[in-house]
Design a protein around this ligand. Structure first.
Ligand SMILES: [Zn+2]
Length: 70
């Protein structure tokens, strides 16, 4: 088996790192979609809609995007 390979962190690794830092996925929210941006309903941070299908959590506050849109 080869040893550690340096690579760019993937989104799941980013999530894992966030959890290791103490960000438990205890917050819940959903993406409030705009024309080009989506807004985290938990922290109001905006991200490009392009990432919608990749982010099931907020990279900013760690909220899980499993809340049903009302
Ligand atoms: Zn957020």
């Amino acid at each position: 088996m080869s040893e550690v390979i340096v690579h760019q962190p993937t989104k799941s690794e980013f999530k894992r790192m966030a959890m290791q830092l103490g960000y438990e996925p205890i917050r819940h929210g959903h993406w409030d979609e705009g024309h080009e941006m989506m807004t985290c309903t938990n922290c109001c941070e905006q991200f490009d809609l392009y990432f919608k299908n990749d982010f099931n959590y907020c990279p900013n506050c760690g909220a899980k995007m499993d809340e049903k849109e009302i």
